[in-house]
Design a protein around this ligand. Structure first.
Ligand code: HEC
Ligand code: HEC
Ligand code: HEC
Ligand code: HEC
Ligand code: HEC
Ligand code: HEC
Ligand code: HEC
Ligand code: HEC
Length: 453
């Protein structure tokens, strides 16, 4: 350790001499003999402003982890400093008052998509259109847990909002601990922008290679109702990724990451976001989709009422197919999508529609109560039919996971239909309304937040 320090000190001294020498050399106009890498080092030293250097000096003592991650990042190499991202104006809602008193500089802990958009306008514009950025508004429109107050504040805070995002509030010049920290995809920021870029690009590395790996998505896309990462792990693509992904080239510059050369099988990012051949990269994950397979009844993305996509599913399907055809023939690709479409129709027609009809009949005859959703066993069964196994069957087929398509999907759907029909028959025969379960204390606020603050 001591030795390392000495080497660094020696290096600094050498650099100082070198700097003097260079200044002299530049003044005399004799630059031919200079070596390029050293010249670059010299330029970086000079372009970090004094104010920005102060942040680094003080915070490298407070949180060496943050400063080390930043130093490792492309941002540091391009001289993008703490101040470039955290600097705030006098009129900004989220200025930290404590920090201003302490250091006389205006900073904000939040670096919102609007802040990143100063330098990355395209990514921010695409992201703002996506269901990711708008998810809080979507779930408040359709979700029974939220709309009907079926769960309480702490349940939402540690569950829903971690993935979907919180509405971050400022109290007394600091961020409200009830809404912060949070990096959910649809976070609503004090500056009015929606989303959080660090959902996938964790600070302070903001690494491309991290976002390109399935683990970046799998922190949210997992579990009984949207097991995309488990599905990926089970697919041949995932198996090959786990077997040899370590040796692939994850750092290729954006736009140059090439199937067959940099990687052998696709990750989530390849199929849903990255540029592949002439399909352009996108930060809008709704692109490339031809179905809304998470909805109770599968519909086309432009027919999804809470947030109709502005896409044409036929064009998006062609884009997705082009990606496959970087590695597969058209016959293999068409065959896959024919199967997917047949699975979607099979789910819609054989399972969802008849069960929906049956449940509606029970509501009509007042054997089930419309008062609160999800407080009767049959309502839970019907919910899990589309929300759990119905999704798994469709997702499993879309992303090549036969175990999810059948054992966790259609097989479970059959079982669920049996229990629904058995209970329905019992209610219809006995003409007695279903038992209502009420968990005391587990209800929450139903006031919708202000999405356009
Ligand atoms: C003299 C030391 C010092 C300097 C200089 C300084 N900070 Fe801080 N900063 C602190 C302390 C102390 C805290 C609060 C405690 C902590 O981080 O653990 C803090 C907190 C922060 C936070 C988190 C705020 C929050 O609400 O969680 C950010 C972001 C931040 N500083 C950025 C900066 C930036 C950008 C600069 C340069 C313009 C800077 N700091 C300069 C000492 C400093
Ligand atoms: C490219 C933009 C960017 C740069 C450069 C940057 N940050 Fe951050 N920083 C963020 C983001 C994003 C977050 C997470 C907050 C959020 O999601 O809005 C964050 C969070 C923080 C936090 C609070 C998080 C925690 O774990 O306590 C501190 C403190 C902080 N940064 C300090 C720094 C310091 C010091 C530097 C310079 C060495 C720096 N940041 C450089 C974008 C940046
Ligand atoms: C002041 C300008 C600036 C701001 C603000 C900024 N960036 Fe960057 N960012 C850059 C530059 C310049 C590069 C390219 C660096 C390079 O290629 O060497 C870059 C590169 C990146 C990369 C690619 C990294 C890689 O491994 O190639 C990501 C991801 C990224 N930024 C995300 C963000 C996010 C997220 C934010 C906001 C939290 C942000 N940036 C804020 C200027 C900025
Ligand atoms: C582990 C992360 C996570 C948690 C926790 C979580 N969700 Fe989600 N949610 C997701 C993901 C990922 C999707 C996308 C599903 C898909 O498209 O396959 C989603 C989808 C949804 C949808 C469907 C949106 C649409 O466009 O149809 C609703 C509604 C929803 N979630 C509400 C909630 C509520 C309410 C909670 C808490 C009670 C919650 N979620 C908890 C990750 C999560
Ligand atoms: C859902 C995850 C996700 C979120 C959220 C996300 N990104 Fe990305 N981002 C990615 C992936 C994956 C890539 C790599 C794409 C590729 O392979 O070209 C990427 C690449 C980038 C790049 C490099 C692209 C280039 O052409 O230079 C930048 C810059 C970037 N993101 C900025 C942002 C900003 C700014 C935000 C917030 C507005 C954001 N990202 C939010 C996943 C995400
Ligand atoms: C922090 C949590 C989180 C992360 C990380 C995340 N997502 Fe999502 N994703 C969600 C949520 C929540 C939704 C549901 C949005 C809605 O419909 O309301 C969603 C929806 C989607 C959708 C469906 C969009 C649509 O129009 O139906 C796709 C595709 C998707 N994500 C892909 C990805 C990919 C690829 C990554 C990684 C590069 C990723 N996500 C990372 C939370 C996340
Ligand atoms: C081989 C390409 C491929 C890979 C890898 C892949 N997906 Fe998909 N994904 C698809 C296809 C194809 C669909 C169905 C598209 C359609 O609507 O026709 C889909 C559908 C989805 C959906 C459902 C969207 C909706 O609203 O119906 C989500 C969410 C999703 N993928 C997320 C992910 C995540 C997260 C990963 C990684 C863990 C991943 N995908 C890996 C190709 C892929
Ligand atoms: C980067 C190249 C690449 C891309 C892009 C790609 N695949 Fe693959 N895929 C492979 C490789 C390699 C295999 C393994 C082939 C084998 O089994 O020998 C494979 C296997 C498969 C399998 C066989 C699964 C099984 O269990 O037998 C299917 C189906 C498949 N891919 C469909 C698709 C579809 C659909 C897309 C586009 C949405 C796609 N692939 C995109 C490389 C790719």
């Amino acid at each position: 350790m001591k030795h390392t320090k000495e080497v660094i000190r020696y290096f600094i001294v050498v650099c100082a001499f070198f700097t003097l020498f260079m200044e002299a050399a530049l003044a005399q106009g004799t630059t031919e003999s200079l070596v390029l890498p050293d010249l670059k080092e010299y330029r970086i030293e000079r372009t970090i402003s004094e104010e920005a250097q102060k942040c680094i000096d003080c915070h490298s003592k407070l949180e060496p982890g943050i400063v080390a991650d930043w130093s490792d990042s492309r941002h540091a190499h391009a001289n993008i400093t703490c101040l470039d991202c955290h600097g705030a104006g006098a009129a900004d809602a989220d200025v930290s008052v404590k920090h201003l008193e302490l250091t006389k500089t205006r900073i904000s802990a939040i670096v919102s998509p609007k802040d990143c958009s100063r330098c990355h306008p395209q990514e921010a514009a695409q992201y703002s259109k996506s269901k990711h950025a708008n998810t809080l508004e979507i779930i408040w429109k359709i979700d029974p847990w939220m709309r009907e107050g079926m769960n309480n504040a702490i349940e939402r805070r540690i569950g829903c909002y971690h993935c979907h995002g919180s509405v971050v509030n400022v109290i007394d010049g600091g961020l409200d601990a009830g809404t912060w920290p949070n990096v959910g995809v649809g976070r609503i920021n004090p500056d009015g922008s929606r989303g959080s870029c660090s959902s996938c690009h964790t600070r302070h590395k903001f690494s491309l290679s991290e976002a390109r790996k399935p683990e970046a998505c799998g922190q949210c896309h997992l579990g009984p109702d949207h097991p995309q990462v488990e599905i990926f792990d089970e697919s041949k693509h995932g198996a090959i990724y786990h077997a040899e992904g370590k040796s692939w080239n994850w750092d290729a510059a954006p736009g140059t990451w090439t199937p067959g050369i940099d990687y052998r099988t696709p990750t989530c990012s390849v199929c849903h976001m990255s540029r592949v051949q002439d399909v352009p990269a996108t930060h809008d994950v709704t692109e490339r989709l031809a179905w809304e397979t998470q909805a109770p009844l599968s519909v086309r993305p432009n027919q999804f009422k809470p947030m109709p996509a502005k896409t044409d599913w036929k064009i998006e399907r062609e884009k997705m197919k082009k990606i496959c055809m970087a590695c597969h023939s058209s016959g293999w690709t068409d065959g896959h999508f024919d199967n997917l479409d047949a699975v979607v129709m099979n789910y819609n027609e054989v399972y969802y529609t008849p069960m929906k009809k049956l449940i509606d009949q029970l509501y009509e005859q007042k054997l089930l109560s419309k008062e609160k959703p999800l407080d009767e066993q049959l309502e839970i069964d019907f919910y899990e039919l589309w929300h759990h196994e119905g999704r798994r069957a469709r997702f499993g087929a879309a992303m090549m996971a036969p175990d999810y398509a059948w054992w966790h999907g259609f097989y479970e759907l059959k079982k669920r239909c049996m229990t629904i029909e058995e209970q329905a028959e019992h209610l219809l025969q006995s003409k007695k309304a279903a038992k209502i379960f009420d968990v005391k204390g587990a209800s929450g606020d139903t006031t919708q937040p202000d999405f356009d603050r």
